[in-house]
Design a binder for this molecule. Structure first.
Ligand SMILES: [Zn+2]
Length: 298
């Protein structure tokens, strides 16, 4: 992304935040002028959507309003807080294993943060994450489900995929955009109809949740699966093991609901999508092996 684009967005977001309260007052005073209100609403929608000038690694258009530096700082802060709150696993063998797998994935990255930090949390819940700014967290509970280096590579590849594709920025931008739009639409409903405030908010809130945010979130998960599969194969891990991993994950989630699975696509869709990419992933895997990328972390 060009620095002009970053500057323009930073400027835009700062100005918008500063003017948000003023804007809402202005609209509430003028909400009886329907034409005025409509122009404002269309203007805001146009501004929001033209400000996001990014394309994801799979070629999808993205709304990314926040400057990368700001999103990375949020990731770094969250990582410090998580490390302070959680218990860090000190077992050197486990740490060396996770570092080895994560290191092999990080080595094939051509973009994203230049420095990555990996932490293993002593936590029995099956979870893993990667944050903007290059932070990776793996719970010891995940190692019970991702039972070999290839399966762990599938998880780390998927999580790193979220970072490479700027999903946090997109998610924050969507929430920001929905928040602004809801405020505006609420003004309109509050004046023009007899529905109670609570019902209006609930209807709009739910509409936004299921109509805008949730499907995007599934899009993110599927996109990260595609990126993760490529990354693990390029690093010399067997991509077919990603299917075994999600089967293990499905089995574990039948015993107890997994937070990790809550926003993910349905099991069958995921396996189908992975298999559809498998020929290409196998070619990447073979060429990585031929180039001597044969990680041996187990
Ligand atoms: Zn995910």
């Amino acid at each position: 992304m060009s620095s002009n684009c970053v500057d323009a967005k930073e400027d835009y977001v700062n100005k918008f935040m500063k003017n948000k309260t003023r804007l809402i007052h202005l609209i509430s005073r003028n909400s009886h002028h329907f034409a005025f209100w409509k122009i404002i609403l269309i203007g805001v929608i146009c501004c929001l959507f033209s400000a996001g000038c990014d394309t994801s690694p799979t070629g999808r258009r993205q709304l990314t309003l926040l400057p990368d530096e700001q999103v990375n700082a949020i990731g770094e802060q969250s990582f410090i807080a998580l490390k302070r709150k959680g218990e860090i696993e000190t077992n050197p063998r486990l740490n060396a294993y996770v570092d080895c797998v994560a290191g092999a994935i990080i080595e094939v990255l051509s973009e994203g943060p230049s420095q990555w930090e990996v932490a293993v949390f002593r936590d029995s819940s099956v979870n893993a994450f990667a944050l903007p700014g290059g932070k990776i967290g793996i719970n010891t509970g995940l190692l019970e489900v991702a039972t070999n280096q290839h399966q762990l590579a599938a998880v780390i590849g998927h999580e790193v995929g979220h970072v490479l594709a700027n999903h946090s920025n997109e998610r924050l931008s969507q929430e920001f955009a929905v928040d602004i739009l809801l405020s505006l639409i609420y003004m309109f409903f509050a004046d023009e109809s007899n529905i109670s405030d609570d019902i209006a908010i609930a209807a709009l809130g739910l509409g936004a949740q299921f109509g805008v945010l949730l499907p995007f979130s599934r899009t993110h998960e599927s996109e990260s699966d595609v990126i993760g599969l490529e990354l693990m194969a390029q690093a010399g891990f067997d991509p077919r093991q990603s299917v075994s991993l999600w089967r293990n994950m499905e089995r574990a989630s039948q015993r107890q609901p997994l937070e990790f699975m809550s926003t993910h696509p349905s099991h069958d869709t995921r396996i189908e999508d992975l298999n559809a990419q498998m020929d290409q992933a196998n070619r990447l895997f073979e060429s990585a092996r031929a180039q001597g990328r044969r990680p041996s972390c187990d």
